[in-house]
Design a protein around this ligand. Structure first.
Ligand code: VGL
Ligand code: ZN
Length: 193
């Protein structure tokens, strides 16, 4: 199916940060493999003057989701650190809107809508459809897509530009199925008109 992105559409790049990529503290296997594909989407949206949003996990050093505090995760994406920086190979347009999440010690946010101004931002930009990709499929991508649908956006998942953590094997596939069940559609770069 051909899809023609147009006014009202935005690209949401979820958490393409060094700590989630090979060499990082919570690395998603193969996370680097999607960068070239993602750059194609970024170039497409930039060329069509459509908004791009990049989300980032942006934790304080003693965030409660970290293992030393009794949480499930190794420390990752500490605000301002190299690990929290976007991967240097990511070709974000200079107009990219950056949304930081889980910035308070006692709050975690797998969804980019949780505790952020993302909904207000998208409304101000008159966005009705979001195109969501990156990492991790079964955590931040899944929860962002779920909230987008709940908030009545149409949601497309960039199936060729997502990667899963796979803490539980098959978690990525299950999340993809669940997103479709909830009303999301998959898109592949070749389908952009
Ligand atoms: C994420 C685990 C912990 C994510 C963030 O971005 O998917 N996963 N914090
Ligand atoms: Zn986190």
């Amino acid at each position: 199916m051909k899809i023609a992105p147009a006014a009202g559409d935005a690209l949401i790049v979820v958490d393409m940060q060094n700590d989630f990529l090979p060499g990082g503290s919570l690395a998603v296997a193969g996370g680097n493999d999607i960068i070239p594909q993602l750059n194609r989407y970024l170039a497409y949206f930039a060329a069509h003057r459509l908004p791009v949003v990049a989300t980032r996990d942006w934790h304080p050093p003693d965030h409660y989701s970290f293992q030393p505090q009794g949480g499930p995760w190794p420390p990752h994406c500490i605000a301002g650190s190299d690990g929290a920086a976007f991967h240097s190979g990511l070709e974000l347009p200079i107009t990219t809107h950056i949304v930081s999440k889980a910035t308070a010690r006692e709050n975690d946010a797998y969804s980019a809508f949780s505790g952020t101004q993302l909904d207000e931002l998208l409304q101000a930009l008159h966005i009705r459809r979001v195109f969501v990709g990156d990492i991790a499929t079964e955590y931040c991508v899944f929860n962002t897509v779920k909230d987008a649908l709940r908030l009545r956006y149409a949601a497309f998942v960039l199936e060729d530009a997502v990667r899963a953590i796979e803490r539980q094997s098959g978690g990525g596939q299950r999340a993809l199925q669940e997103m479709v069940y909830l009303g999301a559609q998959f898109i592949h770069y070749e389908e952009l008109a």
